[in-house]
Design a protein around this ligand. Structure first.
Ligand code: AMP
Length: 200
C-alpha cells in the first residue's frame, strides 16, 4: 500500500502514521524527520536545509525529491510506504508521479486531515510542551511565530494538492478535529477499503 497523508502542520499526520506503521507494517517516510536527521548529521543537505527549516519555509523541491527518490529504493519500502510531509508542492507531486511511473507503481490513496486553523497553534504548543516534559529536545520550529510561516507555506503551496489529487480521483478527506482515536478509526476504515479494492 502506497499512501500520502496530507494536512497542515499539527494536523496529526505523524501520530496517525505511527498507527498505520503498526497496523500495516509499512514504513513512515517523513521528509521532515529525514531533513532533521540530515541537519543533525551536518550533511550537505542538512547544511542547506537548516536555516530554511528554522524559519518555517520550504526546502527546495529538488533537494526533497532527491531524498524521497533514494528512500523509496530502500528494501523496507518495497511493499509500500506512508508519505508524511511529502509532497508539499505541486512540483513535488508531479516528480513523485514520474518516480512511481518509472517503476510501474501507483499510489493507492491520498488522505487529507481537515482541521480548523485556530486549533493548530494550540496543538503545536502542546506537542512542544509534551516533548519538553519527556526531557527530549523540542523542535525549533514548534513556536507560534514559526508556525505562522509554516502555515502560510502550507496554505500557499501545499493546499493546492487537495485539488490536484481530487482531480485524479484519489483524494479522501477525514475530519481531523475528532478525538485522535476516532480519527484513527476513520483512517483505518478508509485504508481497509483501499486494501480490499486493490486485492480484488
Ligand atoms: P515537518 O516535520 O513535516 O513539519 O517538516 C519540518 C520542516 O521540514 C518544514 O517546515 C520544511 O522546512 C521542511 N520540509 C519537510 N518536508 C518538506 C517538503 N516535502 N518540502 C519542502 N520542505 C519540507
Amino acid at each position: 500500500m502506497r499512501i500520502i497523508l496530507l494536512g497542515p502542520p499539527g494536523a496529526g499526520k505523524g501520530t496517525q502514521s505511527a498507527r498505520i506503521v503498526e497496523r500495516f507494517g509499512i514504513p513512515q517516510l517523513s521528509t521532515g524527520d529525514m531533513l532533521r536527521a540530515a541537519v543533525a548529521a551536518g550533511t550537505p543537505v542538512g547544511l542547506e536545509a537548516k536555516a530554511i527549516m528554522e524559519s518555517g519555509g520550504l526546502v527546495p523541491d529538488a533537494v526533497v525529491v532527491g531524498i524521497v527518490a533514494d528512500r523509496i529504493e530502500e528494501p523496507d519500502a518495497r511493499n509500500g510506504f506512508i508519505l508524511d510531509g511529502f509532497p508539499r508542492t505541486v512540483e513535488q507531486a508531479a516528480a513523485l508521479d514520474r518516480m512511481l511511473q518509472e517503476k510501474n507503481l501507483a499510489l493507492d490513496t491520498v488522505v487529507e486531515f481537515v482541521v480548523d486553523e485556530n486549533a493548530l497553534v494550540g496543538r503545536i504548543a502542546k506537542r512542544a510542551a509534551e516533548t519538553a516534559a519527556r526531557g527530549e529536545p523540542v523542535r525549533k520550529d514548534d513556536t507560534p511565530e514559526v508556525f505562522k510561516t509554516r502555515f502560510e507555506a502550507y496554505r500557499a503551496q501545499t493546499a493546492p494538492l487537495s485539488a490536484y489529487y481530487a482531480s485524479l480521483g484519489m483524494l479522501e478527506t477525514l475530519d481531523g478535529m475528532q478525538p485522535v482515536d476516532d480519527v484513527t478509526a476513520a483512517l483505518m476504515r478508509t485504508l481497509e477499503r483501499h486494501v480490499e479494492t486493490t486485492a480484488s
